[in-house]
Design a protein around this ligand. Sequence first.
Ligand code: 5MM
Length: 344
Amino acid sequence: MTDLDLITTAQELVAERKGILAADESTGTITRRFSAVGVESTPETRRDYRQMLFTTPRIETFLSGVILYDETIRQSTTDGVLLRDVLVGKGIIPGIKVDMGTTELANFPGEVVTEGLDGLRERLAEYRDMGARFCKWRAVIRIGDGTPTRGNLVANAHAMARYAALCQEMGLMPIVEPEVLMDGDHTLERCERVTTATLHHTFEQLFEQRVLLEGMLLKPNMVVPGKGSLEDMDPTAVAEATLRTLQRTVPAAVPGVVFLSGGQTPEQATMNLNAMNQMGEAPWELTFSFARALQGPAMEAWSGKAENVQIAQELFYQRAQLASAAREGEYSETMERATTRLSG
Ligand code: 5MM
């Protein structure tokens, strides 16, 4: 693997009309999501669900890559085909979440840091041998009274940069995901200030650790008001604030920004991505790496029942199609309504 391979992977993942499916929910997270739709979480139900997503007919039209969880990269379909090979067969690049989740940061009450650097080089070698071409690591930043602190932002940024450097050494393209959570009643303006500081520290540490910017992707939150805020979610305001934040912090050498949806509704996340792409001012490709905003309606329709697989796949296909349109700035409420009518 050379720098050129890393750059090629990054560019392929942000190719025209395409984005990434985040299907890397850890067991605890997918268990919570399944429980909300009345599905028991077992290795088999998790396999069935992900098999349903990956085998959706023609989904490769809109997906360049899928982020997998450790369990999933080792699982096979009910016909005995490795799930990762299903993706490769469709021309979709398999990637893998390699962080080990968050833990309380000592001396910083209420703030967390992401773990997973110990033994990472060896784990990366195994994932690379299994065919993964890219990785993902997520840092979680909470907005609260007096938080995030500088100490917390630096600790998370340092860990992300160490992760990214190791990935590149091992020939795996790193996605760096600093997520400022939507939890709270903060304003859009506060989210902008915190996201700006978060990305500033992230790129400072990436520079310190000599990470090749052309061979990585950034997966940030969009700049939005907190879930408990009384402010409306206005796509133009979100797009302006998000682009301003990125322009102030993210070097143009980074090939792409692949947004997380963060608890926005599928419609909101899609509309906001569309608004950004319509502004047409960005030096980076702007696309999606959504989990909930792609999977939500499909998971609900599936509800763990084999007879619902077809309708669930149709809903998943529709959300990916709409996200792909938003990636080009071609999404509209008319398209959304037409899709709703088809599925309703
Ligand atoms: C923020 O979560 C990531 C994107 O998902 P959304 O679009 O739903 O916000 C997602 O890739 C996340 O990192 C994985 O689900 C893993 O999360 P956990 O909490 O299980 O590590």
